[in-house]
Write a protein that binds this ligand. Sequence first.
Ligand code: ZN
Ligand code: ZN
Length: 78
Amino acid sequence: MDFECPLCNALINVNEQCPSCGHDMEDWGRVEDYFEPYAPYLDRDIATMGEPPHQCIHLFSCPRCGYDTRIIVNQIPV
Ligand SMILES: [Zn+2]
Ligand SMILES: [Zn+2]
């Protein structure tokens, strides 16, 4: 069974508001597209569950003040 990220596939919208200035934040896409894979908690999940978690981590950034954060999206079976 394949899992897809509903946000990558434009199936959902995430309206995240900047905690710093209140402006709507923008989805910059998958964190993996910007950085080397670095997620210690994901490594731990892989070690304990034997399979990678079906999650997609997105980078959200505020166009007004530059605040950025990561949103974990649970992938869905397709
Ligand atoms: Zn995604
Ligand atoms: Zn902001």
